[in-house]
Design a protein around this ligand. Structure first.
Ligand code: ADP
Ligand code: MG
Length: 237
């Protein structure tokens, strides 16, 4: 579904991405991990059109989407959440989900028929706040709303940047179950960034490990944890 090849991005003197490559299949949950500053969010921004890479390519189901901008990428089927929550704070909870569903109805009408706004609000425990401004929700509910909004797009690729950040253990477990449900019901390719390795190891089929802008290892979760370079990044510093 997703193929990222040799993406580079420099900010001033900082090489945030150096030839970063990865793939993610439909129905797969890929964990994207690595220390702070490794380039994980920059890579997600490059995939979702928020940032234009200096070089390299991003293809979604064979379509070149490199540097096409966030709107194009969203219409092409890239749904995402942000490390720092970015909702339409003054719109209601329902309107936040509606905005994405309108796009879905325009570009993927069949998918839109399978997705109900009310059903998403129910599923993500947001129905009770449906008519409240999104900015007034408690933190954990705002995190759930970001996911519901991404799903209302009918994505073929879902990018979750630290969705478990700031959640307690019970909330993280509920989130992991929800992400497994997305794999089952939506069948999209899913990439999850998180620092909670228990959460990641429990959830992900494969891992992609980044350090200093490079992908230093990728493969099946258990296999990656036997890689000496990964152990060095996590333990040897
Ligand atoms: P991660 O998500 O893995 O913690 P980031 O992708 O956020 O890492 O950052 C990678 C590197 O790029 C860091 O050195 C960070 O400071 C730098 N960086 C990210 N975004 C910007 C930006 N908009 N302007 C300047 N530097 C940036
Ligand atoms: Mg980040």
């Amino acid at each position: 579904m997703l193929s990222v090849e040799a993406v580079c991005k420099t900010f001033g003197g900082v090489q945030a991405l150096r030839n970063a490559s990865l793939t993610c299949e439909a129905g797969e949950i890929l964990g994207l991990i690595g220390p702070n500053g490794a380039g994980k969010s920059t890579l997600v921004n490059a995939i979702s059109g928020v940032l234009k890479p200096d070089s390299g390519s991003v293809r979604l189901a064979g379509e070149e989407i490199t540097g096409r901008g966030p709107e194009h990428c969203a219409r092409a089927g890239v749904g995402r959440t942000f490390q720092t929550i970015r909702l339409f704070k003054d719109l209601t909870v329902r309107q936040n989900v509606e905005v994405a569903h309108i796009t879905c109805r325009a570009v993927r009408p069949d998918a839109a028929k399978r997705i109900g706004v009310d059903q998403l609000l129910q599923q993500y425990e947001l129905a009770g706040f449906a008519d409240s401004p999104a900015g007034t929700l408690p933190y954990g509910s705002q995190r759930r709303l970001e996911i519901a909004r991404a799903l209302a797009l009918g994505p073929s690729l879902l990018l979750l940047d630290e969705p478990a950040a700031g959640l307690n253990e019970a909330e993280s477990e509920t989130l992991a179950i929800a992400i497994e449900g997305i794999r089952r019901d939506v069948g999209c390719a899913t990439i999850v960034i998180d620092h909670d390795l228990r959460f990641i190891n429990r959830l992900c089929d494969r891992l992609c490990v980044m350090d200093q802008g490079q992908v230093i290892a990728s493969g099946e979760t258990e296999e990656v944890w036997r890689d000496p370079r990964v152990i060095e990044v996590y333990v040897g510093q």
